[in-house]
Write a protein that binds this ligand. Structure first.
Ligand SMILES: [Zn+2]
Length: 186
């Protein structure tokens, strides 16, 4: 397996990084991952991560709810109940931060499109970016949303949006600074 070993903190670029603890991936691989600590920015990150060509396998679980929408099991039913509340909170944050009641929104890491759909129902123009093919297919089936792969976002002149959202996304992307730079152009 191809792994990426960080010599520097992926958040701030400092070389003051060291091993902090180990964490087991109980959901899919049952393998152990090292969590490293940055003494400069206090950020923590997974060390020796699978590269972009292999990371997809770690999300291939029937229980990975943000890609599958499964309602089986107590935890997943609780997730759906909590999400009804958080969708409304997120919508309120977006409207107050943008000072807009309606507008255009780019949701990066849209999963199955629940948030984008919620915004669309209240009059927002939404565009979804999602790397997982299965999640994109679920977005289309569940919400009739056309989610695009990340390549569509990394064009030289990205479309302009009133709001860009990334919910629970930054900790999942390999190219964190690349995303931030591209978002600045939107
Ligand atoms: Zn750092």
């Amino acid at each position: 397996m191809s792994r990426i070993f960080y010599q520097y903190c992926p958040l701030c670029g400092s070389d003051k990084i060291s091993h902090a603890l180990n964490a087991v991936d109980y959901t899919v691989s049952e393998s152990s991952f090292e969590i490293w600590h940055c003494a400069h920015c206090t950020g923590r990150f997974t060390q020796n991560i699978p590269d972009e060509s292999e990371i997809g396998a770690f999300y291939k679980s029937e229980e990975y709810i943000s890609h599958t929408e499964t309602k089986e099991g107590l935890v997943n039913r609780l997730y759906h109940s909590a999400r009804k509340i958080t969708l409304r909170s997120k919508q309120n944050w977006v409207k107050s931060a943008a000072k807009l009641k309606e507008g255009s929104l780019l949701d990066i890491g849209a999963g199955t499109g629940a948030f984008a759909h919620f915004m669309q129902q209240t009059g927002w123009q939404v565009t979804c970016i999602e790397p997982d093919e299965g999640a994109r297919a679920n977005a289309e089936t569940l919400y009739k949303l056309k989610a695009l792969p990340p390549e569509a976002f990394f064009g030289p002149e990205p479309a302009q949006f009133d709001v860009v959202t990334m919910w629970h996304v930054m900790e999942h992307v390999h190219n964190l600074h690349g995303y931030v730079e591209q978002i600045k152009k939107c």
